[in-house]
Design a protein around this ligand. Structure first.
Ligand code: 5GP
Length: 199
């Protein structure tokens, strides 16, 4: 079935199940491609170039900035991170969709970029942004504590960040609550099906 290529931007506070949900979507929809960011930081552990990130030198990254190759970029802990425009363009031109996993600030930059595009630009035509909400702050705290991997100070910082991010959920076109993983996934599928014309 021919479907409308989507440019999906997804954000969620840490602990809201975003990574799991994106993995589930990639399993379900073989025509959705995950956007791999560029970074100047060193690969960690098993990370591979072109899978986890496109690892770039600082010089190359800055050259790409000058060439306006990024739809957004930011410096985090002294390293650059950014999203290239050309892979998204290529994926949409092939009739497939691209999903971008990005924080609220990055998403705001992408949104501004997309707004500045002509109305017939495929990135604008297919654009949709979705915010995954936790059921409540109490539930989010319980989930972060339940992971048992983070120190109390880290959990406190994540919760404070989450509060700031949730306050900006209204900037997104769609908000989906992850109260139950399976239900949340179904809602995302229904949304994607409707937007891409699968039903
Ligand atoms: P890490 O180095 O731990 O993989 O990522 C550090 C931070 O960079 C994370 O908060 C992550 O969300 C952010 N990040 C990763 N890719 C991008 C990107 O393409 N653009 C922006 N703005 N931030 C990114």
């Amino acid at each position: 079935m021919k479907t409308k290529p989507l440019f999906i931007v997804m954000s969620a506070p840490s602990g809201c199940g975003k990574t799991t949900l994106i993995d589930m979507l990639l399993q379900e929809y073989h025509d959705i491609v995950y956007s791999i960011s560029c970074t100047t930081r060193e690969p960690r552990g098993e990370e591979e170039d072109g899978i986890d990130y496109h690892f770039k030198t600082r010089e190359r990254f800055e050259e790409l900035i000058r060439e306006n190759a990024f739809i957004e970029y930011a410096q985090v802990h002294g390293n650059y991170y950014g999203t290239l425009r050309s892979p998204i363009e290529e994926v949409l031109a092939e009739g497939n969709s691209m999903i971008l996993d990005i924080d609220v600030q990055g998403a705001a930059k992408v949104r501004d970029y997309v707004r500045s595009l002509p109305d017939d630009d495929p990135l604008k035509v297919g654009y949709v942004d979705i915010f995954i909400n936790p059921p409540s702050m109490e539930e989010l705290r319980a989930r972060l504590e339940g992971r048992g991997t983070d120190a109390p100070a880290t959990i406190a910082r994540r919760l404070a960040n989450a509060e700031g991010e949730i306050a900006r959920a209204g900037e997104y076109m769609y908000r989906v609550v992850n109260d139950d993983l399976g239900m949340c996934f179904r809602r995302l599928c229904d949304l994607i099906d409707a937007l891409s014309g699968r039903m």
